[in-house]
Design a protein around this ligand. Structure first.
Ligand SMILES: [Zn+2]
Length: 338
């Protein structure tokens, strides 16, 4: 039956979880995940529904709940966002892993011991990390056109700011992601390869999942070791605004990075034994192959192992605390690409 109602020239409401924002408005709410084999979860979400139509940009952080600069950045951005100035919609999720934040547990969700950025698209019947990932996949990633995932150095990581650009093999999508990462504004960019096949049914990061759905995306990292420097927080906020301007969701000029340092491969240095870690270089240091970047002592203070760089490159992050056990990550070294 044909409706006889007049067509109204207004943009539609936009709902994520319990947050419904009318056109030109901002709303807060929760993505509620029911209890299953373990506890229920409530993930805070802010929807900024612009006064004019445009793309949907998802901004997420806090899958690692003690990477504080990234979480504070999205809280501040959500407070500042003005729907009257926006074309399109922002879905902002500042803290995916609430138990990690609340209990100050780095890297993992303490409810089930899983990394909350490794299990996308998740499962509706899995443990909490998998159920939360499923909810974010359905309600945030699938509803968006573009995605930015924010991270930083965790409680035990000393990190310099950088972002990631991933190749999928789809030229149009890759060009869109490349333009986003240059607009974001961090000048160290790690190149990832998403062309390698994922194991059927295999779990991936949120950006790899989003890229698999054809959505251009960027990951960016700033902050370190539990500290939330204003420069780090602001770099992430400005990066998100820069991308929104690049996507014509906001007016104003964009100044893409002109001479980024492309990093083609990241080598991970892990500890071969338990002990006490002493770094000898900081983030952003240029190191040569086999150069000593830190050492480990036993609990009496006697030097028992030298950590060396497997490649020549740039230190992206290095251990920030003395605690160390066998298998822990000591450093990420980026190889300079072209
Ligand atoms: Zn992280």
């Amino acid at each position: 039956m044909t409706s006889l109602l007049p067509v109204l020239l207004v943009a539609a409401d936009f709902t994520v979880g319990s947050a419904t924002a009318l056109s030109g408005q901002k709303a807060t709410g929760y993505i509620v995940v029911s209890p299953g084999v373990d506890a229920a979860a409530s993930i805070p979400v802010i929807v900024v529904n612009g006064a004019r139509p445009g793309p949907v940009l998802a901004l997420v952080a806090g899958s690692h709940g003690t990477e504080y600069a990234s979480i504070l950045a999205l809280q501040k951005l959500a407070q500042a966002a003005d729907p009257a100035e926006l074309s399109g919609t922002l879905i902002i999720v500042p803290l995916i892993n609430v138990p990690s934040f609340a209990q100050k547990v780095p890297h993992l969700n303490p409810v089930d011991g899983k990394n909350m950025n490794r299990f996308y698209p998740g499962r509706p019947d899995g443990t909490q990390t998998e159920r939360v990932s499923w909810a974010i996949a359905k309600q945030v990633v699938e509803k968006s056109d573009y995605l930015i995932d924010l991270h930083g150095g965790d409680l035990d990581e000393n990190l310099r700011r950088y972002s990631y650009w991933a190749t999928t093999g789809n030229e149009t999508q890759d060009a869109a992601s490349r333009a986003m990462v240059l607009a974001f504004g961090l000048d160290h960019i790690i190149m990832q390869d998403f062309r390698t096949p994922v194991t059927p049914g295999g779990a991936v990061t949120i950006t790899r999942f989003a890229a698999g759905l054809g959505k251009p995306c960027v990951t960016a990292e700033a902050g370190h070791a539990g500290i939330s420097d204003a420069d780090d927080v602001n770099s992430l906020i400005q990066g998100c605004w820069n991308v929104a301007r690049h996507l014509k969701m906001l007016s104003g000029p964009v100044s893409p990075v002109e001479h980024p340092l492309w990093l083609s491969r990241v080598s991970i240095v892990t500890s071969e034994l338990d002990g006490v870690f002493y770094p000898l270089v900081g983030p952003e240091a240029y190191v040569s192959q086999d150069m000593e970047i830190g050492y480990v002592t036993d609990y009496f203070g006697k030097k028992v192992w030298e950590a060396t760089s497997p490649i020549a490159g740039v230190v992206l992050y290095i251990g920030a605390v003395p605690s160390l056990k066998k298998g822990d990550t000591i450093a990420h070294i980026g190889e300079i690409g072209k």
